[in-house]
Design a protein. Structure first.
Length: 221
């Protein structure tokens, strides 16, 4: 009887995964997320992930967020807006491209350069020195080696009980964009093997639709 119930549960979970993966593919391939904006600025995110970010910000109340990958600045503005609401917080965001007309906000600092370069890393370390609670978001070059390098560099800056979030772990067939090659998901898997300070917080995938499966990493020590 118990074995039959177990098989039924496993069958349900398998069917559930197929449905969830298919919906994630449909949504991703629709490209509607590329038309997502925050206060008029392109943000290029999945709305359910933005809601999770809002919950994390309220829960952790970080003093400083480090973002690798700025694009149009929509995500930085989103975080600055949340910080305005809770009355604390700053964000430093890094990109190799200097995009004109990025939003200006007193809580946002833009850095131009590679997130893994010695010069940028030193600037970031100076900015976050003695800042209290620190959170990191990785959304720049999605190739495995670059993401893994970022994880090793910026993971050390994340404070206990805060988050190191790796975006777009869904690519390379997880379940979208299967031809990309080794990317963020593969970097996360390797990082977790060598670093026991972080665990995957699966509760942040509660809406099923996410661009960051296994990408919400919580620092436990």
């Amino acid at each position: 009887m118990r074995a039959r119930a177990t098989r039924r549960i496993l069958r349900f979970l398998k069917i559930e995964k197929i449905i969830v993966d298919q919906f994630n593919r449909i949504y991703y391939e629709s490209a509607v997320w590329t038309k997502t904006r925050w206060l008029g600025t392109p943000i290029l995110k999945c709305p359910t992930d933005l809601w999770i970010y809002q919950e994390i910000i309220f829960e952790v109340k970080p003093d400083f967020v480090i973002e690798c990958g700025t694009a149009y600045g929509g995500n930085a503005l989103f975080f600055a807006s949340l910080f305005d609401l809770i009355g604390k917080g700053e964000i430093v965001t890094i990109d190799v491209k200097d995009v004109k007309e990025r939003p200006k906000h007193e809580r946002i600092t833009y850095l131009l350069g590679s997130s893994t370069s010695k010069e940028i890393v030193e600037q970031v370390r100076r900015l976050v020195s003695n800042k209290g609670t620190i959170m990191v978001i990785l959304d720049s070059d999605h190739h495995k080696e670059h993401v893994l390098n970022e994880l090793r560099i910026y993971g050390d800056l994340v404070t206990e009980a805060s988050y190191l979030i790796v975006e777009d772990t869904n690519i390379n067939g997880h379940p979208v964009y299967p031809d990309f090659g080794a990317g963020p998901m593969e970097a996360v898997e390797e990082f977790l093997k060598e670093n026991k300070n972080f665990v995957v917080d699966a509760s942040k995938e509660k809406f099923y639709l996410t661009f960051n499966p296994r990408g919400y990493l919580r620092r436990i020590n």
